[in-house]
Ligand binder design. Structure first.
Ligand SMILES: *Cc1c(COP(=O)(O)O)cnc(C)c1O
Length: 354
């Protein structure tokens, strides 16, 4: 496989971001889980998070937890499991997030068959309208049913915010989770180990000292991996430069900026538009929309203009650059969250762990 394009992954930055998040969370009574899905759970990344002091690795997909099976640490499945994967959930996850009785039953049966007790956190919806019951009575009823199942152990309540509905973690919604947990604890005379309040989106609330007493877990992905949280804002004491992308130049030519007679649609069925900058020096890089959306990447050389691309070609205007780019030169790009996700997922992009 060719070396370029490649995504560079700075593992020491992930470890340092994790260390900083672990110590700041500790100050507020929170033990974070480390979410690996942005990096497709490459074991190198999981290990870098463990090296930073997080002991619970979490991912949305069972295939990803499987990749990290050999790593130390507990594993948690974030996406509500499918009944069809119950056996694998019990095999590869110590804990899963749940919202349906039929699935809990399947997990309990799978656990009994594997001579295990599977731990579950029940998800309650505080208004973001993704997973979990919206009505408290439903979650309380599900807790009763969960406690009655022999193969599972109810270990916590959780909620997810700022994912679908753009609802921020607040004192009010986090307090509602705490009070719901107290009702479950009182009714069943149990102590819940985890109150899992939010993702990285909960960090601003915590850093303001406003996270209600009782919330003791945040599920941190974007913050430990990319140093960003709510609204993609940078998180204090983290670095944002964990990932970048390198592509290679395969052609440099001076050309007009507007096609001679543009009447057809482009390769993606859109009517192309052009800015006339006159004759310009252009470069083609060997990377395209099959690898990553062009609007998710930003050249580090700020004088380069991304003009467009097709499935396998990225077209750049390098006329304003002071750099003397040649055929075979490499161009580096910063990546958005979506850009990292696409590059990590693409089989055409080399993963370069540094
Ligand atoms: C992805 C995910 C997270 C992590 O979110 P970040 O914004 O990356 O910190 C936490 N919880 C659940 C349920 C998720 O799906």
């Amino acid at each position: 496989m060719s070396v370029y394009p490649c995504i560079n992954i700075h593992l020491d930055t992930i470890t340092r971001n994790t260390q900083n998040m672990v110590s700041v969370c500790q100050h507020y009574g929170v033990t974070p889980a480390g979410v690996t899905k942005l990096a497709c759970a490459y074991p190198e990344v999981g290990q870098a998070i463990l090296n930073g002091g997080i002991q619970l690795l979490a991912d949305s997909r069972i295939v990803n937890l499987k990749k990290m099976h050999h790593l130390d640490g507990q594993k948690m499945l974030l996406r509500i499991p499918a009944i069809s994967e119950a056996d694998e959930v019990v095999q590869y996850a110590n804990i899963s997030l749940n919202s349906e009785f039929a699935t809990l039953e399947a997990l309990s049966n799978a656990a009994l068959a594997q001579h295990k007790i599977h731990q579950v956190i029940l998800m309650h919806d505080l208004g973001d309208l993704r997973e979990g019951a919206f009505f408290e009575e439903e979650t309380l009823a599900l807790a009763r049913q969960a406690i009655a199942l022999p193969g599972i152990n109810l270990v916590g309540l959780g909620t997810n915010l700022a994912c679908y509905g753009g609802v921020e973690p607040t004192v009010d919604n986090q307090s509602r989770l705490v009070s719901l947990a107290k009702q479950v604890e009182t009714e069943h005379n149990i102590k819940l180990k985890y109150l899992s309040g939010a993702s990285s989106a909960g960090l601003p609330l915590m850093l303001n000292g406003e996270l209600p007493q009782g919330i003791n877990q945040l599920r941190l992905g974007a913050s430990v991996l990319m140093g960003i949280g709510l609204n993609d804002d940078p998180v204090p004491n983290t670095r944002q430069d964990t990932f970048d992308l390198t592509a290679e130049i395969v052609e440099i030519k001076v050309k007009p900026s507007v096609p001679a007679n543009s009447t057809a649609l482009d390769a993606f069925g859109n009517k192309p538009e052009f800015v006339d900058r006159g004759l310009r020096k252009r470069a083609i890089c060997a990377i395209g929309k099959q690898d990553v959306d062009i609007d998710q990447i930003t050249p580090k050389d700020s004088s380069i203009i991304i003009i467009g691309g097709s499935s396998d070609h990225l077209i750049l205007d390098i006329d304003d650059s002071e750099h003397d780019y040649k055929i075979g030169s490499r161009i580096e790009f910063d990546l958005s969250y979506g850009g990292v996700l696409q590059c990590m997922t693409s089989e055409y992009i080399t993963k370069h762990f540094i």
